[in-house]
Ligand binder design. Sequence first.
Ligand SMILES: C[S@@+](CC[C@H](N)C(=O)[O-])C[C@H]1O[C@@H](n2cnc3c(N)ncnc32)[C@H](O)[C@@H]1O
Length: 316
Amino acid sequence: MQDALHIPVALDRCIALLSPAIEARSNPVIVDATLGMGGHTKALLLKFPNLKIIALDRDLSAIAIATTNLSELSSRVEIIHAVYDELDEVLSKLGITEVDGILFDLGVSSMQLDQADRGFAYSQDAPLDMRMDQSSGPSALDILNTYSYGELVRVIRNYGEEKFATKIADNIIKARESGTLKTTKDLAELVKNSIPAPARRTGGNPAKRTFQALRIEVNQELAVLERAIPKAIRAIRIGGRLVVMSYQSLEDKIVKRAFTDVIGSNSPLGLPFDLPNSAASYKLIISGSEGASDSEIEVNARAQSMRLRALERVAA
Ligand SMILES: C[S@@+](CC[C@H](N)C(=O)[O-])C[C@H]1O[C@@H](n2cnc3c(N)ncnc32)[C@H](O)[C@@H]1O
C-alpha cells in the first residue's frame, strides 16, 4: 500500500542519467544514498539485471518498508542504516574503493510526512519530534524547549527564510514558560499568531517555513549534506556519475557549490594559464539544474520544487 502512495520523483530521468555509467561495466555497483521506500532502487535493479546497489537511510521505518518492498531483489541490494555523510566509512567497511554511480533524493519522504506521529506535518496534530532517525538525537520539542532566543531566531530565519523569525522566537519563549507548546498543532497556531494578518494571506500555510527550519536543525540536514557531497564526488570512478535531487534552495546551493568547486581547472587559483595535465576531473552532465516536467508535476506535487543536478568524473 505504501508503495502505491509513493511515486519516485524524476525516475526515468535519474535512470537515463545513471545508465551510461552502469552500462559501461559488467558488474556495476551504485549507491542510493536516500533509499526511502526503495522506489528508485527497485526500478534500477529491475532495469539492470547485473546491478548491485548499496542503499542507505537514516530512518529505521523507511528501511523496514524498503526491505519488504525489495524482498524479491534482496540478493542485489545491501540496505544499511546510516547517515549519508558516513558514505566513505560504509564503503570502506564493504571493501569498496569506488562506485559507478550515486543517487541522492534529498529531504523527507511521503511516508515520513504521512506518518502523523513523526511530527513532520503541520497539518496533522502530533508530538513535535521531526527526527528522521528516531533512535538518536534531540527532537524538535527539545530544541524549542532549550535553545536561546537568539538560537531560535537564527534557525527560523536562516533555515526557514522567515521574515517574522524574531516574533516567532519571542512567542516560543513565552509559550515554553507557560507550558503551552507541545504538539505540531500548538506550533502551527503559534506561528500563525506571530505573523501579521496581511502576510498570512500569501505564500501558503505560514507554519511551513518554521517547520522546515526546525526539521533542518533537528536532522542537521545542511551540515550533513555539506560533508556528504564532496565524499560522494570522490567516491565515483572515472566514468561514474553523481545525480542529486534537492527540494529547497538551501540544499540546492550546497550541491551547486560543491559541483562548481570540482568542474574548474586544477591549476592553482590566480595563474593566468592552465598548467599541463590540470584539466578538471569532473564535468557537468546537466548544464545548471533541471526541474520536473509539467506533466510529472501534475501527477506528483512533490516534484514541483525539485532541482536536479548531475556530474560525471572524467579523469583521476
Ligand atoms: C525523498 S526520500 C527518498 C525516496 C526514494 N528515492 C524512493 O524512491 O523511495 C528521502 C529519504 O532519505 C532519507 N534521508 C534523508 N536525509 C538522510 C541522511 N542524511 N542520511 C541518510 N538518509 C537520509 C530519509 O529518511 C528518506 O527516507
